[in-house]
Ligand binder design. Structure first.
Ligand SMILES: [Zn+2]
Length: 207
């Protein structure tokens, strides 16, 4: 499961398959060794045993630990979406959020700093749907507040053919934090978020 999301740092195309002695790339067949119980991923795997250690790009066991936590929350959120009946709008919204947040190569796509927050984003989906039954109208009201902001953002991303500057990217993660704030406040957000605050940030962005 984990090797599925680790991309080969050599060719950046293949996925990594576990072998007895380490990991093998499915595309370029580069091998990556396991040293001291941890997989070491080098851009040039042939240098891995010698002076190439200086070219270390990723220590896989750290990535692995984080990826495992994320994938566990991902599985819980997926299960929760599937098991939540009679809430078509909330579950569709959550499924859409999940799909955007977790492409197959999310480990390679998301900035490392942002990956630290993924488990919380995913847990917020589970918490939201846990609470849904107690007050469906509240969930619908929050969705109505959130959607115009998200739509404006994704429309601009589409207009720019996916090109995003640092501010746009920052806003994208603030939208994720806003979801935590609206649906799962107990999970806490690292900065204050509200619909009003995000509206303000959006309107004051340079164009
Ligand atoms: Zn490769």
């Amino acid at each position: 499961m984990l090797v599925d999301v680790l991309r080969c740092p050599g060719c950046e195309r293949g996925s990594l398959r576990a072998e007895r002695a380490g990991y093998i790339c499915s595309q370029c067949s580069a091998g990556f060794p396991v040293i001291g119980g941890a997989a070491w991923l080098f851009r040039d795997p042939r240098g891995a045993a010698g002076e190439g250690r200086g070219r270390l790009t990723l220590i896989a066991n750290e990535v692995a630990r984080l990826a495992l936590t994320i994938l566990q929350e991902y599985a819980s959120a997926q299960r929760k979406i599937k098991d939540t009946k009679n809430a078509p709008e909330a579950t569709q919204d959550a499924a859409r959020q999940l799909k955007i947040l977790m492409p197959r190569d999310f480990i390679a796509q998301a900035p490392w700093a942002q990956l630290q927050h993924f488990a919380r984003y995913l847990k917020a989906i589970t918490v939201r749907l846990d609470k849904y039954r107690a007050d469906p109208a509240r969930d619908a009201a929050r969705m109505k507040e959130l959607q115009p902001l998200e739509q404006r953002y994704w429309r601009l991303v589409a207009e720019r053919k996916g090109q995003q500057d640092a501010r746009m990217q920052e806003f994208r993660w603030m939208l994720e934090e806003l979801r935590v704030g609206l649906y799962a406040q107990e999970l806490k957000t690292p900065m204050p978020v509200s619909v009003k605050r995000l509206q303000k940030i959006w309107e004051s962005r340079p164009r």
